[in-house]
Design a protein around this ligand. Sequence first.
Ligand code: PEP
Ligand code: MN
Length: 366
Amino acid sequence: MQDLLSIEAWGLGLHSPLTIAGPCSAESAAQVSQTLDLLAEQSVDVFRAGIWKPRTRPNSFEGVGTVGLKWLKDAGLKHGKPVCVEVANVKHVHEALAHGIDILWVGARTTTNPFAVQEIADALEGIDIPVIVKNPVNPDLELWIGAIERLYRAGITKLAAIHRGFSTYDKSKYRNRPHWEIPIELRRRLPELPLLCDPSHICGRRDLIPGVAQEALDLNFDGLMIESHVNPDVALSDAKQQLTPAALSQVLASLVYRQPDTEDPIFHNKLERFRGEIDKLDREWIDILSKRMEIVREIGHYKKANNVAILQAARWNEIIETRLAQGIPLDLGENFLLTLLQSIHSESIRNQAHVMNGAEEVIKVQ
Ligand code: PEP
Ligand code: MN
């Protein structure tokens, strides 16, 4: 996908880092124009509003429909800003295009469905419009990339991705867990694809938005999409996460935008020295892990000779307790240590199972 265009090349006068803002849903002509009039005074580059809302339960507000497209487009024309909406099917695409919407986005629920994405891609064949693809609701990078590929194969080269977090059944302080490793891997796989972050849908509540937005900028994302409503408390969707335009202005002013890199030779010199130290330490721990695994295999032969089971729960427990007790005071995070130990332990078990039975499969131990 090397011919993907940068945001600067979309022909809309936009540049990275991009700020998209507007209400979760268009609710009335007044709500759209009041919100966007206020946002036009901020450093907002593109207006957003949901016209057709993918709601979990059928008795919720499902969007105003086509009438809202005009409200949004009028505000865009009034303030000279491009506007974007979510499209989930071919009808949405046709109506958005007929109303001169400048940018389309594919929502998280749609990205999960290859049939729906393919229909949208087919409807867009030969049409020159930027399309932004939100991640699927489930943490599945291939599905996200697959949706991007379907649009690309339809000839869309003005593409971007939006990270909006991933839903989970268990409780978390986030509405949708960020799983930063997934957008980071997307960036590695498709470095030319502009990548935005939607902290509103990750957080689900206003107070967490600045931290997540800053984290995205620190990871060199190309911009943010943030929900804003003139009166969030009475919003018909996503009331808890929407910011007033004034609050959004404060958040934007508090963010530190970092440069992707610098030309400064002194900086690079020092960075190279730090990186040299990291490279050396990485070589050391890989060496140590390899030696550790040799001993693990020897133990495997010994257990086999004595017909003793691989998993020794008491020993595993002791390893967790002692290593956490050593690592936590050394400023290593508990979750990090646990994940690392679990990974080493699974690999040890896989090695011993191979020694005992020639078994190849990884046995997961929690
Ligand atoms: C939205 O942006 O309002 C929306 C519905 O988002 P998502 O598809 O990320 O849930
Ligand atoms: Mn929303």
